[in-house]
Design a protein around this ligand. Structure first.
Ligand SMILES: [Zn+2]
Ligand SMILES: [Zn+2]
Length: 279
């Protein structure tokens, strides 16, 4: 299968490479397409998000690269947009302002009782545990439930084209606070899958935790993917690259897994829309 990379970060957010360096490497690797999805600006800037005053330059730079390299590769402009109810700007606002090719919706910050402090579950272990203790009264089930409810609300209200690393909330758990076989956890996955099915959102299979050795599985995991297959929910694959060397890391493994589960195709973006490409 010809590879592509639709979820990539640049120096406009926490990426380590410039957009042009990424395009050049993508061409060297023979990719059919590269899409940029730097972290969208947040009302209160995080270390990893783009500042609002750089958004225009980001869009202009990627549009410029689209023209410059159009005979060699398809270049797309997107954002990985965070959703925090009552806090973040709407996806439509970003979309109409920046004329994005597609949107990736993700939750990195979970809202609890505070309007100003959120659970940064994928950060350091200290942050992860602090969030459960302080923001969710030491109740991991409450914290994880809030995460999935935020994902569900994002899909229903913001309608992203792609839902980013949908079960990433498990990243720092490492079997310590809950089991992914717990009934309440599986019920949250099932509810999320049902909402995705009804919304037509594409599920990305994100390899970043796997190749960074932070997770022994992809986001999402096998159970989730099997349910997607059963329900004919479309999937795509992404490396969530933050560096030129990461553009297609883990793709061989993830394709193998998808074939084992029974998938015959993945979604690719071309000519303004998502299409199936045989695996
Ligand atoms: Zn992300
Ligand atoms: Zn990302």
């Amino acid at each position: 299968m010809n590879y592509f990379s639709y979820h990539t970060h640049t120096q406009y957010c926490d990426g380590k490479s410039t957009a042009e360096e990424l395009v050049v490497r993508a061409i060297e690797l023979g990719l059919t397409a590269i899409g940029f999805s730097s972290h969208a600006p947040l009302p209160k800037k995080e270390a990893w998000s783009m500042s609002l005053d750089r958004l225009e330059d980001y869009i202009a730079e990627v549009q410029g690269l689209k023209q410059k390299y159009k005979s060699q590769i398809q270049v797309y402009v997107s954002l990985e947009i965070d959703y925090i109810p009552g806090v973040t700007r709407s996806f439509d606002e970003f979309n109409s302002e920046s004329n994005l090719d597609y949107t990736i919706g993700s939750v990195h910050l979970v809202k609890a009782k505070s309007e100003s402090e959120f659970w940064l579950f994928a950060g350091s272990d200290t942050n992860y545990i602090h969030g459960i203790e302080v923001l969710f009264d030491g109740d991991v089930k409450k914290a994880v439930t809030a995460y999935y409810h935020q994902i569900i609300e994002m899909i229903e209200s913001q309608k992203p084209d792609v839902v980013g690393h949908v079960d990433k909330v498990k990243i720092n758990n490492k079997g310590r606070f809950f089991s992914e076989d717990d009934k309440w956890y599986v019920a949250l996955l099932d509810k999320t899958i049902e909402v995705i099915k009804n919304s037509g959102t594409i599920v990305e299979v994100n390899t970043r935790g796997f190749y960074k050795n932070k997770s022994d599985s992809f986001f999402p995991d096998v159970y989730f993917l099997k349910e997607c297959k059963k329900k004919a929910i479309p999937v795509t694959i992404s490396s969530d690259a933050h560096h030129v060397d990461e553009l297609v890391l883990g793709f061989d493994s993830v394709c193998k897994l998808l074939k084992t589960i029974g998938f015959e195709s993945v979604c690719v973006f071309a000519d303004g829309g998502w299409h199936d490409q045989p695996l």
